[in-house]
Design a protein around this ligand. Structure first.
Ligand code: B12
Ligand code: SF4
Length: 475
């Protein structure tokens, strides 16, 4: 039995329009596939990872490579905006290799397995974590045995769609083998310039799961947070230093640190192994989780940049999306991070349900008051499985289900926003996003702050790239 795991490509031009160059800077390790590949290998199953996103492969090139590998199963990962490309790839693979079984997994198939299985070229969907469900499915297919008892698997049988009982989430993340980095094109991975503190930079996962259920979000790895031990996290970092000369780690967890105890364990282990002298790191966490002691320790362990999801400058909007934070907590967390000498990226969402021009202007004002080094103003995308999606459907505000357009939206593409809140129209929303970026980054106070960093840290190349991207994007 031979398996190919595929990270599908995405058209930067279609998704990012004039800002397509940004795509080149956001090619990150597909950690889900890397972990699944490691589990297959550990169980003596031959497997390859094809990162068509990183290699920017066309459908033709993907199909040609798959024909060379001659796999019996192809597993493909899908987020919402790539699902249509994934269906096209599945169709082309089947045309050339009709006996290959196609299995889909990842955030989009996990929430809409029935819709995905309407495509006759897709044989199975695995919902939730893929490692063990995929291993069990592959073994069952190899032996031609029944798949009905494998948790997490959906499939067609006699004209109807069967959803087996859901799989339980993996309790002990340390029991997973380390990600199969050796199967990936490691030289191709990049970190967006605003997250980039040193190069080469690689991504890592220290936890899985999130209990918060914010209205705009659904990651799909369960509500219970599971942690890699401090030793395991540091072993993975040491591997990346030894084998790939890693100088920066980007934690792509939904929330890391998630609590003080784990933060202390990981940071102290980094310090005791001297990793804080070899790498710097960046992470995303919540404003209600951090405290001064934690941030000071994070700095000591090498953290230089943190993202807080602040989302809105309006308390009633924060409450309506179930963010469970207050504006006061946001201000305090940013002040504490600055005191700890950690720079901050604040992430905001514009156009949430109930928003109008006034509330968005409030968010822009609030963002300016916080004065973080970077601010990101994303327009809401109602991903299936989120409460915002359900709200849009319920209130007849979902304008289309063209999944290709479910990407970060800007006025630089011709993509139609799938949702525009009742108090706004599309042009106004896009105009407010432009205003947010212009107001934020053209403030003399922030320009001075960045200039100081350019000179003190000699970050000329990074700032040249960032300025070019911003100029291309918002000129
Ligand atoms: C890093 C990251 C990126 C990186 C790299 C993505 C990549 N190649 O992996 C970049 C910056 C490029 C990115 C881009 C986007 N991302 Co992103 N990203 C993440 C992030 C933070 C981490 C992904 C990760 O490594 N997770 C850890 C691993 C272990 O989990 P996993 O990937 O989900 O994999 C497990 C299961 O899903 C499953 N599985 C996954 N693939 C497969 C395949 C098969 C065959 C099977 C059986 C199972 C399976 O098994 C895996 C192991 O258990 C997640 C949030 C998160 N923390 O998960 C968002 C997330 C996946 N991204 C999301 C989104 C929306 C996007 C964008 C559309 C944003 C945009 N620009 O508009 C783009 C899409 C571009 C693209 N083609 O990928 C959403 C997906 C929502 C959705 N419904 O699709 C998430 C969940 C964030 C969120 N909260 O909304 N992303
Ligand atoms: S936004 Fe962050 S805290 Fe909220 S549900 Fe998503 S991952 Fe969890």
């Amino acid at each position: 039995m031979k398996i190919v795991l595929l990270n599908p490509p995405m058209s930067f031009e279609a998704a990012l329009g004039k800002a397509k160059d940004i795509g080149k800077y956001t090619v990150m390790i597909p950690h889900g596939l890397a972990s699944m590949a490691a589990v297959l290998r550990e169980n003596n199953i031959r497997c390859n990872v094809m990162d068509a996103y990183a290699e920017n492969l066309s459908i033709k090139e993907i199909v040609a490579r798959i024909s060379e590998h001659k796999p019996s199963i192809v597993g493909i990962s899908a987020v919402t905006p790539v699902i249509n490309i994934v269906h096209s790839i599945a169709s082309e693979i089947k045309k050339n290799n009709p006996s290959v079984r196609i299995v889909l997994g990842g955030p989009h198939p996990s929430i809409l397995p029935g819709e995905v299985l309407n495509d006759p070229n897709v044989d199975f969907v695995i919902t939730g974590e893929g490692e063990y469900a995929f291993l069990d499915l592959a073994r069952a297919l190899d032996k031609n045995s029944d798949v009905g008892s494998i948790p997490g698997v959906s499939y067609r049988k006699s004209g109807s769609t069967i959803h087996n009982k859901p799989a339980t989430y993996i309790k002990d993340l340390d029991a997973l083998p380390p990600p199969a980095y050796d199967m990936l094109p490691m030289d191709l991975y990049t970190t967006p310039p605003q997250w980039s503190l040193a190069s080469p930079s690689y991504q890592l996962i220290a936890t899985r799961g999130c209990p918060y259920a914010c209205g705009f979000c659904r990651v799909g790895l369960g509500e219970e947070v599971r942690y890699k031990s401090a030793g395991r996290v540091c072993d993975e970092i040491e591997y990346l230093i030894e084998h790939h000369d890693c100088k920066q780690i980007v934690f792509v967890d939904t929330t890391f640190p998630f609590n003080l105890k784990h933060a202390e364990q990981v940071c102290n282990e980094m310090i005791s192994r001297g990793l804080n002298k070899k790498i710097v790191w960046f992470t995303s966490t919540r404003v209600d989780i951090v405290n001064q002691h934690m941030l000071d320790l994070m700095y000591k362990a090498g953290c230089r940049l943190v993202t807080f999801g602040i989302e809105s400058g309006n308390q009633h909007i924060l409450d309506s999306i179930n963010k469970r934070i207050t504006l006061k907590q946001a201000e305090k967390a940013v002040a504490m991070a600055h005191k700890a000498k950690i720079n901050v990226t604040a992430s905001y969402i514009l156009g949430l349900p109930g928003e109008d021009r006034r509330s968005i202007l409030n968010t822009i004002r609030f963002a300016k008051r916080l004065n973080t080094l970077y601010a990101q103003f994303n327009i809401i995308v109602p991903y299936p499985g989120t409460k915002v999606f359900d709200y849009a459907v319920r209130n007849n505000l979902l304008r289309h289900r063209n999944w290709d357009s479910y990407v970060s939206l800007t006025s630089l593409t011709d993509l139609e926003p799938p949702f525009v809140a009742e108090g706004l129209d599309k042009e106004e929303l896009l105009g407010l996003q432009r205003k947010a970026y212009n107001n934020y980054y053209l403030s003399p106070r922030l320009i001075m702050k960045h200039l100081k960093k350019v000179i003190v840290n000699r970050e000329f190349k990074k700032y040249f790239t960032l300025t070019r991207i911003l100029f291309d994007t918002f000129k």
